[in-house]
Design a protein around this ligand. Structure first.
Ligand code: NAG
Ligand code: NAG
Length: 401
């Protein structure tokens, strides 16, 4: 204590001496007695300071994390709002004004041109080579001829298909259902659109496993009779394929089984275009299309049915085309063939015991990309300019036609 006090006095004097003669403070000189104590205190306060710094750093980190979480939660909430159930009631279906000429392009696919196609399914397709594309209506707003946009023919189609569904579907007929377990193994998706949903059975199956499923069907009876519940809660809609009530880029996945062969040729382009509109970027699609004549398009088989003698020039299978033709059509609107997935679907379906017509030329596994970006094989149809047939210009032409 005495030594300590003496030392402190001495230090103070030294400090005064040095501070008057030099600006730098004197180094603190400890005597052996207090040095250890001083160092101990120094270390202690150092530790307190670094503890405090660590605590502050922890606090800061926690605040940052909390803030990040809040921001992420906000982003999620905004996204949820944006992706909330499509607002079908907002968009009311209106037939476009009847006008505008159709654009017809002549096409003659020669034998040699046919054999140039290097599609792996060429063999399977050979028997459909006789289905030569006789020219095509670029459909735009075209409202003459057989079309769901032509008020006259629309009524005929409606009557036909209301009969057809009475005849064929009932409440437990579901063509698409056979593919589901294979597709679940292959594709990850949540929002899914059944394009041409008939009586809504497939939509119900999709809902059962928790998918966000919607459907449209052009004919009114199948849904009114077999799915009034789905109609009333805006899950399915009576709409033609080319005018669905859904938001742009909404769906992860599109299903359409045995529908497109029923779409009148004049409505095919705009229907495929509509699928593009409602599908997300890189969305996947599984589409099956009938490649032959419907038995109900033969007079003798209609005779036995409720649609006996009914408008024989209207076909149930209005658009019977080759695989190549359909691939080109999808391609024109940015749907590219995903052949790896096709093979996988075939394999899974075979495993599941489906052996009919394998490999089926009417199955299409597609992926959506920007128009003109994919490995689109549609290039040289004689008599057509490739860029009109395949590329964005064709799309423009259709839209403005
Ligand atoms: C609907 O399903 C029930 C039960 O399977 C069946 O009895 C009925 O005949 C079906 N109705 C129609 C119109 O198919
Ligand atoms: C609509 O009705 C179906 C059948 O009752 C049900 O499964 C589905 O969850 C309903 N959808 C909504 C959005 O309420």
């Amino acid at each position: 204590m005495v030594i300590g006090l003496g030392a402190a006095v001495a230090m103070f004097m030294m400090y005064c001496m040095f501070s008057t003669s030099a600006p730098a403070p004197a180094p603190v000189v400890y005597t052996s007695g207090n040095a250890i104590e001083g160092l101990g205190k120094l270390a202690q306060s150092n530790k307190m300071l670094s503890d405090k710094v660590s605590a502050l750093e922890r606090d800061l980190k926690n605040h940052r994390q909390a803030a990040d979480k809040e921001v992420a939660a906000l982003h999620r909430a905004v996204k949820k709002l944006e992706q909330a159930k499509p607002a079908p009631a907002i968009v009311q279906y209106k037939d476009p004004e009847p006008e505008v000429q159709s654009v017809m392009e002549e096409t003659h696919v020669s034998q040699s041109q046919e054999s140039e196609l290097s599609d792996p399914l060429e063999e399977a397709e050979k028997d459909s080579a006789s289905v030569v594309d006789q020219g095509r209506l670029l459909s735009g707003k075209q409202t003459t001829g057989h079309s769901w946009t032509n008020p006259e023919t629309k009524d005929t189609y409606m009557k036909m298909y209301n009969e057809y569904h009475k005849l064929r579907s009932g409440n437990n007929s579901c063509h698409g259902c056979r593919y589901l377990s294979s597709l679940y193994k292959q594709y990850k998706f949540n929002s899914v659109f059944d394009a041409g949903c008939g009586t809504g059975v497939l939509v119900r199956e999709l809902l059962k496993v928790g998918k966000e499923a919607y459907g449209v069907e052009a004919a009114s009876l199948p849904l009114e009779k077999f799915a009034p519940d789905l109609l009333s809660n805006n899950t399915v809609f009576v709409r033609p394929l080319h005018d669905t009530p859904f938001k742009d880029e909404y769906f992860d996945f599109i299903l359409s089984t045995e529908v497109f062969e029923h779409v009148p040729l004049a409505d095919v382009d705009r229907s495929v275009q509509e699928l593009s509109r409602v599908a997300k970027k890189n969305a996947k699609a599984f589409v099956t299309i009938g490649m032959g004549t419907s038995r109900f398009d033969r007079e003798d088989s209609r005779k036995k049915s409720d649609i006996a003698g009914f408008a024989m020039d209207f076909k149930f299978h209005e658009t019977v085309k080759s695989r190549r033709w359909w691939l080109d059509t999808f391609c024109a609107f940015g749907w590219y063939e995903d052949f790896t997935s096709y093979k996988k679907t075939v394999e899974l379906m075979e495993k599941a015991g489906y052996h009919q017509n394998i490999p089926p030329r009417g199955w299409f596994n597609l992926v959506k990309g920007p128009v003109g970006s994919g490995s689109c094989k549609c290039t040289t149809f004689p008599g057509r300019k490739a860029e009109i047939w395949c590329g964005p210009q064709r799309k423009e032409k259709i839209i403005t036609a």
